[in-house]
Design a protein around this ligand. Sequence first.
Ligand code: G6P
Length: 471
Amino acid sequence: MTRSTESRLIVISNRVSAPKGSNSGSQGGLAVALAAALRENGGIWFGWSGEVTEQFTGQINFQREQGVTTAVVDLEEQDVEEYYEGYANRTLWPLFHYRIDLAEYEREFAGGYQRTNERFADTVRPLIEPDDLIWIQDYHMFPLGAELRRRGCQNQIGFFLHIPWPPRRLLGTLPGAQALVESMFEYDLIGFHTEEWLESFCDYATHEMGAKIENGVATLGDRCVRLIADPIGIDAKEFAEASAGVQARLAFRRMRDSADGRDMIVGVDRLDYSKGLEERFSGYERFLIEHPEERKEVFLLQIAPPSRVSVETYRRIRNSLEGLSGRINGEYADVDWVPIRYVNQGYPRDVLAGIYRAAKIGLVTPLRDGMNLVAKEYVAAQNPEDPGVLILSKFAGAAEQMQEALLINPYSAEEIADAIQQALRMSKDERIRRWTVLMDGVQREDVTWWATRFLDALKQARPVVTAPEKA
Ligand code: G6P
């Protein structure tokens, strides 16, 4: 089957983000990229509306804005509880971030996840035309490809995982792990952000399931799937424009004024236990203890908008951070200085760009992260003549590409403290040298590069000849 250049693109993800125009600065990088790919290829972006309905009807709400058609569907409360909050965010998310201590294995969650994916498949199937390329995003939808095949869909179907793939011994704790991985062999192409996640997938597939891996293709029985490591980037050009805009400049000035000559260290993360915020605060505290002379010369601005608030583990991390930041501030603050400014609200990206630019250090220390785009945005927002320093966890996917950052082990308070001190002392020449290399990568391997690589690979993935009709 040769694919015509007119193939439409069907993007499917749990969250669908309607385009708001490139200047609004309030869209995530992924949303910007997917909207651009959809504009170029034509097609539809399908997913959950974020709304709850009494009874699932499969009724689709279409919208067309800025050349992108979105198609969303409401879910029942039980679906949201079992599929989104349950299996996606209480089972898969902690497990895939190596936190089996937090993972909850409940039959209801697994059942609701499967049911909701079947509902998505039933709903989106009639929208799919024979030549469409289908691109499914993230851990909410592992079985969707197989469900579409069951409904006779012979299209090229790609899947992209935005979170880490866990080591096989951890994945082995998930009831039904083999069936989940087996269903992924119905895809034509699976993308990961890093070689490490890809290798972990291969390790499980070969050792636990007897799959064969050759030349980037995994074969299991009569099914084969192509695998690629394709690191996502940011829309560097759009972000640079946002950084130069009015909102960014205002935010920059506001931060510089309020810093009052002190050096700002900035962290920006969803309030999630995978982000290593407790360890970050402890590392910063260690720095304050070891360098009392620096105490009133720096401050940490931690922006952490609450996330997944209906899930208990997220409420716990929030409480814990409130306690920790309160204790550190109480212990070290003076009448005219607080060590941590802890902020639980989110800001538009153009405002963030100004804040990043005003920060001497970007502190990005997740315990595990599929990629981490804050690291890339921090770099993109810097002043080329006087750039700040990125301190990055070696356990973030971004570390594979960003070797010129100060790479640290986020579990070690000492390494965080040492890196802060090193960054504050770093000469301008060294800062410029490191930043130039990082910025070059951020610009070259941007979000368009990521999407194009994936879609080109998907177009070239082997044609699917027959639709395996499973009863
Ligand atoms: C991560 C996931 C995304 C998810 C986002 C926000 O980046 O990889 O799929 O959309 O977190 O989480 P939420 O649960 O609010 O969609």
